[in-house]
Design a protein around this ligand. Sequence first.
Ligand SMILES: Nc1ncnc2c1ncn2[C@@H]1O[C@H](COP(=O)(O)OP(=O)(O)OP(=O)(O)O)[C@@H](O)[C@H]1O
Ligand SMILES: [Mg+2]
Length: 351
Amino acid sequence: MLLENDHQIYDNWIMQVILSTMAEGVLVIDRNSYIIRVNRAAENIFMQRQNVLLYRQLQDTTANQDITRLVNEVLNKGKEIFQEIMMIPTRQLYRVHGAPIKNSYGIVQGAVVIFYDVTEIRDFAQVRSEFVGNVSHELRTPLTSIKGFVETLLDGAMENSAICRRFLTIIDDESERLSRLIDDLLTLSSLETNEKISRLKPVCIAKSMRNVMNILGPQISEKKLQVEFIYSRSLPYIKADEDLLGQVLINLLDNAIKYTPPNGKIVIRSKRDESRVMTTFTDTGMGIPEESLTRVFERFYRVDKARSRRHGGTGLGLSIVKHIVESHGGEVFVNSEFGKGSTFGVGFLVV
Ligand SMILES: Nc1ncnc2c1ncn2[C@@H]1O[C@H](COP(=O)(O)OP(=O)(O)OP(=O)(O)O)[C@@H](O)[C@H]1O
Ligand SMILES: [Mg+2]
C-alpha cells in the first residue's frame, strides 16, 4: 500500500509526465507572478533552455507585454481570459488561455496559462482567403469584359454587322477562358481531395508524349515551330496515371509553344536518371526573369499577366503540373535565361 508521502511523489511524477508530453505550453504562476511550474513546450515558446524560466517573475522572462498583461488581469480580477497572442520574433500565433487558481475562500492564489499553437490555422485561413480573392478576381475579369461588350451591342453596336461579329468573337473567347478557368479549378480541387493517385499503372512516356504532340500539332504548325522529341528506345515504363501524365505533358508543351516566338525551337528529352525518367522541355522563348523562377509554380502566378491573358492563360497550368507530379512522388524543376529560353523538367518513378 502506498503511504501518503508516496502518493504525493507519485502524483507529482504523473503531473510531470503529463506536462512534459503535452503539445501545449503550460505555465503555472503564483500570485506574485513567479513561474512555479513550466513544461518543455512553454520553454520552447519562450525560446529558453530547460529550467531557465522556473522561479523567475514572468515580466523578467519575456518582453511580450500581451502575456504579462493577460496574467496580471487573471491574477488581479480572478477572471478567465482567452486571447490570441503573437510571439516575436518567431511570428508563431498562440491562443492563450489564462485561468485563476483560487483557494477554498475564492481568493486568487495564482494562474495557469496554456498556449495553443494556432499558427497553421492562421496560415491556412490566409492562403484560403488569398485563393478566394484570386479566383474572384480571375472570374470577374472575363465577366466584366463580356458584360461590357454585350451592353455595347445592345446600345446599338449590333446594327453594324462587322462590329457585331468582332464583339461576339471577343465574348466567345472570354467565355472560353471562363470555362477553362473553371475546368482548371475543378482539376486542382479534385487533385487536392484525392491526395493519393489511385489509377497508377505502367505507362510508356514516349507514347504519351507523341499523343500530346499530335494534339498540339495545329498550334505548333501555326507558329512554324520546330519541335524535336529525343528519347532512347530502351526507356523504361513509368508508374503513372495516364490521364494526369497527359495533362502534365500538355501543360508543359503548351507553355513552351505559347511563350516561344514563331520559328523558334522546342526540344523535349526523356531519359532515365537512376530510379526516375526525367522529361525536359527546352524552348528558345522569352525566358523567365530570375526573381520569378521560384514563383511560376504558384497558383495564378504569371510573369506577364497581360501577355498570359492574351494567350487565354489562367495561370493555373504549372500549379497543376507541380501538384500532379508531386502526388506521383516525383519532382519538377525549372531553369531559364531571361530572353533566351527556358527548360522545365519533370521526373516520374520507373515501374
Ligand atoms: N516556357 C515558358 N517560357 C516562359 N515563361 C513561361 C513558360 N512557362 C511558363 N511561363 C511563365 O509562367 C507563368 C505560369 O505558367 P502557367 O502555365 O501556370 O500559367 P499560364 O500559362 O499563364 O496559364 P495556363 O497554363 O492556364 O494557360 C506564365 O504566365 C508565364 O509567365
Ligand atoms: Mg500554362
